[in-house]
Design a protein around this ligand. Sequence first.
Ligand code: GLC
Length: 571
Amino acid sequence: MARQWFLAGLVVLLLSVFISASTAASKAEQAEPWWKSAVIYEIYPRSFADGRNCGKGNLPGITARLDYLSDLGVDAIWITPCYPSPQVDFGYDISDYCAIDPEFGTLSDFDNLVAEARKRHIRLIVDLVMNHTSDRHPWFIESASSKNNPRRSWYIWSDGKDGGPPNNWLSLFGHSAWRRDPLTGQYYYHFFYPEQPDLNWRNPEVRRAMYDVARFWLDRGVAGFRLDAICTMFEDPRLLDNPLKPGTNKFGDPNMENRYNERQDEVHEVLKELRRVLDSYGDNRLLIGETSEASVAKLFEMYGRNSDEIQLPMNFFFAFVPELSAREFRKQIAASDLNPARGWPVYLLSNHDQVRHYDRYATGSDRDSVAKLMAAMLLTLRGTPILYYGEELGMETSPPTRKQDVRDPIGKLGWPLEKGRDGERTPMQWSDAPYAGFSAVKPWLPVAANYKSHNVAVEQQDPSSILNFYKKLIKLRRNNPAFGRGAYVPLNESDNHVLSYLRQDAGTGDSVLVALNMSRQTQHISFDLKRHGISEPEATTLLSSDRHAPASVLLNSLTLRPFAVYIAQVR
Ligand code: GLC
């Protein structure tokens, strides 16, 4: 009898272990990956925080500021390259993929950053530059050493034609994309600076070596990669001339269509292979892509036919909408939201290569209102937002005014039409102390002029600051499920001034209304939301840029001041 009871007990125990294990597994399968609900924050490490008082930012500097990021509410940080580099392109010219440049710290500083970030539930994403290395990378040094060096085919080498380069291809950073190497008399190809020779991705050894690089960082605990310049990884091996277009560019070179050296289809093979490397870790590691595609259709192909390529291909059609236009943003959002790949949208407005959106959509004092307006859009759409350091303060773009002050080489080559990217890379504005509290000594780039009023210390104290508005938005987003899972439902689609939409969570029935006045005039609008299942005539205010906004408003008569943000619960 005792034996029977024992056996029965054992069966029950095994069953319950089995059931709880399978529920846990199915919960894990059903759970959305972390990056769908994450707010990602881009850091340009050289300019974020100087932890050593040398005038340049570094990894210990970032670690020391993690509490700030945690308080802001970010879930992941993406840091641009900190690997050993001659710094011609400020780190995007890598001479060793598996180490940290002493300028930024050490590998143990890196490990410490990962560990300290993890304590605050912040994940770390690093840049993976696959298109090119530095010309000082041992791979290239070997490759250049002779025509029959085993690494020769790791890069793109070719004989010249008619006493010049192999074809008419141009570097994005000015002039021919080919440089003649006097040692062998052949030319090597570089889409960016001559100090950034392109790797030959048709060579399987190159692929293997780069996937090993990826594993090196994944093993160190990074949550994923931001893939640099993936549209330029392959070139047509026939090396045909590109078709010319009328006119000249900022460098005085002829305009051309990069038909044979950009956006070649083979990149999809590499993305799938790399994605398999990440997926082998089994814990939702992430690929973000610098996907500068020619069309939205091509952009969405980057998700992969079976969602097996990049999870978050950056949408630059949205990021660079040329003017503050409700119609244009609505169009780009709809395209992203309804993309045929059913990929998760990703939204950003600024980065280290472009004039900050703070200066692109407004001038003078309107910029602060527009900063809040854009933040409200970024942080309430269905998708993952990527913020650029300092946008949460209203940091302004501060380009050099004299050629001799330019640090970014393209600004020297293209002056004055091209001033380079220094303007959007100025030191983070921590306080109104000298050098904005970024460093005790003169920083590598001058601090932007608005640092006295737009800095962390001052804005933390001011309830109506841009910084506090970002914090409120991030909190709202986190606490309201409609912002996470909820569908994006565009409203009043013929309105050219006010961008408005619902976020509706089918599961909980929660609905949130977002109305963004993208014009300089007061707008009177009205919503009829019955067909969206909203029957109550009143909306309950959740957040408004207007400090005097009433606690509730009537949906059929809403007044929005210039550039106003209004977010409300509707039922
Ligand atoms: C990407 C980076 C940019 C860099 C270039 C070459 O576009 O964002 O900063 O100069 O790649 O690596």
